[in-house]
Design a protein around this ligand. Structure first.
Ligand code: NAP
Length: 275
């Protein structure tokens, strides 16, 4: 049950399920990261709405469970297991990808680690880069001919932090999420010109496996994964260019007006974390 503050910060979107059904009936939706969290909920909503859902993630057993649940509800779903940190596996998936109407790029890996604790861990950069940036680009390129032919849609499940000043401790995650956001937004005008919708969903904190290791988030307001998935479904329905929480534009404005004034605060927080 969301708290009062969560209801205030994250009002639930109105979702016309009948209209979503008309939009998705007979369409093919590719959802990456469909084994857990937000992607799982997006896959379930799309399956219930009548789409054929292609489920991508590493955990094949979870993809089978989600596909079986969707089939039990009368839908059609197929698991396509793939590890995005394995470039050859991503190439195989890209080569075998059927034409899709909607590509929901959602799979993601988050790392919170101070930079001086990362010196022997170049894999933090290469893995987040592969999972959050390179694999989504590769799959989007593979899906593009079908998306253009079907006047389809690409939806990027992005993070609100991408639109805010960079936060210490999150260098690898933030850089890789920002890279895909920029790549897709740069391509968006070209894609829209040929009838492909591009939507970026800038999510705040969402209560999933991803944030569980960060104990300080236990007390911070967060969305449920079902709620976050409703924003993705609303974007499918409206083909809107972006969704962000109502309070993000004023926070962005405050950050822009503050200029570099926030930097001593970030440094103070980083020093406290190091001590
Ligand atoms: N939770 C938040 O607060 C939050 C906030 C803003 C944005 N987001 C974004 O929301 C998206 C979904 O995250 P979530 O919160 O739902 O986290 P989650 O529950 O951990 O789900 C992440 C999904 O990505 C898949 N994945 C992870 N590593 C993978 C790999 N190497 N290859 C293929 N798939 C992989 C996972 O499946 P397997 O483990 O089975 O591979 C899982 O299905 C991410 O892009 C994240 O950046 C989350």
């Amino acid at each position: 049950m969301p708290s009062f503050i969560e209801r205030l910060l994250f009002p639930a979107p109105r979702l016309d399920l009948a209209a979503l059904g008309r939009r998705l009936e007979g369409r093919t939706v590719l959802v990456t990261g469909a084994s857990f969290g937000i992607g799982e909920q997006v896959a379930r909503i799309a399956g219930r709405a009548g789409a054929r859902v292609l489920l991508v993630a590493r955990t094949a057993s979870r993809l089978e469970e989600v596909a079986a649940d969707i089939a039990a509800d009368g839908g059609i779903a197929q698991g396509l297991p793939c590890d995005f940190s394995d470039g050859a596996a991503v190439e195989r998936l890209a080569a075998a990808l059927p034409a899709v109407d909607i590509f929901v790029s959602n799979a993601g890996k988050s790392i919170r680690r101070p930079i001086l604790a990362s010196l022997g861990r170049p894999q933090d950069v290469t893995r987040t880069g592969a999972i959050n940036y390179l694999a989504p680009c590769r799959l989007a390129l593979a899906a593009m001919p079908g998306l253009v032919a079907r006047k389809g849609q690409i939806i990027n499940v992005s993070a609100a932090n991408v639109l805010l000043p960079p936060a210490p401790g999150w260098a690898a995650y933030q850089a890789s999420k920002t890279a895909f956001d920029q790549w897709l937004r740069s391509a968006a005008p070209e894609l829209r010109a040929v009838g492909v919708a591009v939507s970026s969903i800038y999510l705040p904190l969402v209560r999933t496996r991803m944030i569980a290791p960060t104990r300080s988030y236990d007390r911070v307001p967060a969305m449920s994964p079902e709620h976050a998935a409703h924003h993705v479904a609303a974007a499918i329905l409206t083909r809107s260019r972006r969704w962000r929480p109502w309070w993000l534009p004023p926070v962005q404005l405050a950050a822009a007006l503050a200029g570099s004034a926030w930097e001593p605060l970030a440094e103070h927080r980083a020093q406290s974390a190091v001590r």
